[in-house]
Design a protein around this ligand. Structure first.
Ligand code: ADP
Length: 477
């Protein structure tokens, strides 16, 4: 930009804040140290006036145009202001720059002794370098891990096609499930380290919004059905059919939120809502809500939710698994798509995750699949069930007892029919339902689940009777 600033790299290494301004005080250039110490994004200071940065020195000047260059003199000790209006003391040196009518100002932070300042600066640079190296290492390792996991998955899938033995099929199913889990964890770590290393990019490609939503819904509806939950879909058909953006990453955001919703909900429903909140020229802002009637998250826990490796409760990790990276990655993806993510939740009642993203509109599709997709979703739209919307089921409450009874009956039926996989899911749902209850019931349900896993009818039935008796003492069965 300025010829005399022949090496921007060198200037960025300066421990002093460097600002170049004109006769009206407009900042024309700020080095990296200035942006970092004053907590502005790079390039943002160039939209400010130097009067804002040394606001105390110019506090008596009200007009916007008037600027007295003489007030900034070499040797003066002035408070310099950060973007958040906090300040620290500096000693300034001012020189006329080569371009006429411009000045170069160096501000030395004198809040800490000079030597310490230099040490701090180099320690920070070193730390940044280390983090970058670590992230690159993690990105490389996780990338390498993907290949063997995909190899195992591929082989297991082809074995599953050939094998008839039910027992063996069940084992392969578990291996496949583990592979999928491992892939998800690896992908999350890979994405996260790429984001931290600043190497993550968002694609801009045309995609069919309704087809994408249909695939997302299909991915989760099976598991939702298996758990005996209800699914509600409310997608506004004002959303344009063809959009331009990163389809895969949008799917990843929705999948993360939906799989959490399914994972942490034992009774009630999961709902997906999508609408357009802005449409200007070829830009649209979409708004999504993923809501559940699950275990909920307390107010303090919500603060930590979007931080990396944060799971709100260690016992939850043991019970449900996971790395605590999903939401951290989700938040960064949403922000890369120029949006925001919010959570509203109440412990024991349910959670609602909402987010916005900005996309571009594509060419109108002649073969619009909207009506087909809406017809397929009609089974998920609210009808007379709407009254149950806010009906959150709690342990010990009458509605919950009814639900539990229904499930216990379904469990017996599944065992009698030999549908062991269904019985296993039902048993874990019951375990989650009674999880707040007394320890003995939990133990009994766990034993029942183990008996079911071993496909042991007699043991399962015996345990079932025990659980039922214990529950009937506690609840009005
Ligand atoms: P993980 O990949 O381990 O699930 P996430 O970042 O997706 O990690 O979630 C972090 C934690 O936030 C979860 O372990 C859980 O404690 C909590 N959480 C996320 N979504 C929900 C939800 N819908 N209901 C209840 N708790 C949730």
């Amino acid at each position: 930009m300025f010829e005399w600033l022949d090496s921007e790299l060198l200037i960025d290494q300066l421990i002093e804040l460097l600002l170049v301004y004109d006769v009206k005080g407009h900042i024309l250039y700020a080095n990296k140290t200035a942006s970092e110490k004053l907590e502005y994004a790079r390039g943002e200071l160039e939209e400010c006036n130097i009067k804002e940065v040394f606001r105390q020195e110019f506090s008596d000047i009200k007009g916007t145009d008037f600027f007295d260059t003489g007030r900034l003199e070499s040797g003066k000790e002035l408070s310099i202001y950060r973007k958040n209006k906090s300040c620290f003391p500096t000693k300034i040196s001012v020189y006329p720059a080569e371009t006429e009518g411009t000045y170069l100002l160096l501000a030395e932070d004198i809040s800490v002794p000079r030597e310490l300042n230099a040490q701090l600066h180099s320690a920070k640079e070193e730390e940044k370098e280390n983090i970058k190296r670590q992230n690159e290492f993690t990105a490389n390792v996780t990338h390498e891990l993907r290949t063997p996991v995909n190899g195992i998955r591929g082989h297991v899938m082809s074995m599953m096609e050939k094998i008839q033995d039910e027992e063996l099929k069940k084992t392969l199913d578990i291996i496949l499930y583990c592979c999928n889990n491992m892939s998800e964890i690896i992908n999350n770590i890979l994405d996260f380290s790429k984001m931290e290393a600043g190497k993550f990019t968002i694609e801009e490609k045309e995609f069919d919004f309704y087809k994408m939503m249909d695939r997302v819904i299909a991915t989760h509806s099976n598991e939702i059905n298996k758990k005996g939950l209800r699914l509600k879909v409310d997608v506004n058909d004002r959303i344009p059919g063809m959009l331009i953006g990163d389809e895969l990453r949008l799917v990843q955001i929705l999948n993360n939120l939906l799989s959490n919703a399914v994972k942490f909900t034992m009774v009630g429903y999961i709902s997906i809502f999508a609408d357009v909140t802005m449409h200007v020229n070829d830009e649209v802002e979409l708004f999504f809500i993923v809501k559940d009637t699950g275990i909920g998250i307390s107010a303090q826990e919500q603060d930590k939710l979007f931080q990396s490796f944060s799971q709100v409760d260690a016992s939850i990790t043991r019970r449900f698994g996971g790395t605590g990276l999903g939401l951290a990655v989700t938040k960064q993806l949403v922000e890369l798509m120029h949006g925001n993510i919010f959570v509203e939740s109440e412990k024991g009642k349910g959670s609602s995750f909402s987010f916005s993203i900005k996309l571009k509109t594509g060419q109108e599709d002649t073969e619009d699949k909207r009506s087909e997709v809406f017809a397929a979703w009609s089974e998920y739209t609210d009808t007379e069930d709407a009254d149950a919307t806010e009906d959150f089921l709690q342990f010990g409450e009458e509605a919950n007892c009814r639900e539990l009874k229904k499930r216990m009956d379904k469990l017996v039926l599944s065992i009698e029919l030999g549908a062991w996989d269904k019985a296993e899911i039902l048993a874990s749902t019951i375990k989650a339902l009674v999880v707040q209850g007394d320890g003995d019931i939990k133990k009994q349900v766990l034993r029942m689940e183990m008996a079911i896993r071993k496909s042991n009818y007699d043991k399962s039935m015996e345990m079932y009777q025990n659980v039922r008796e214990m529950l009937s003492e506690q609840m009005a069965f």
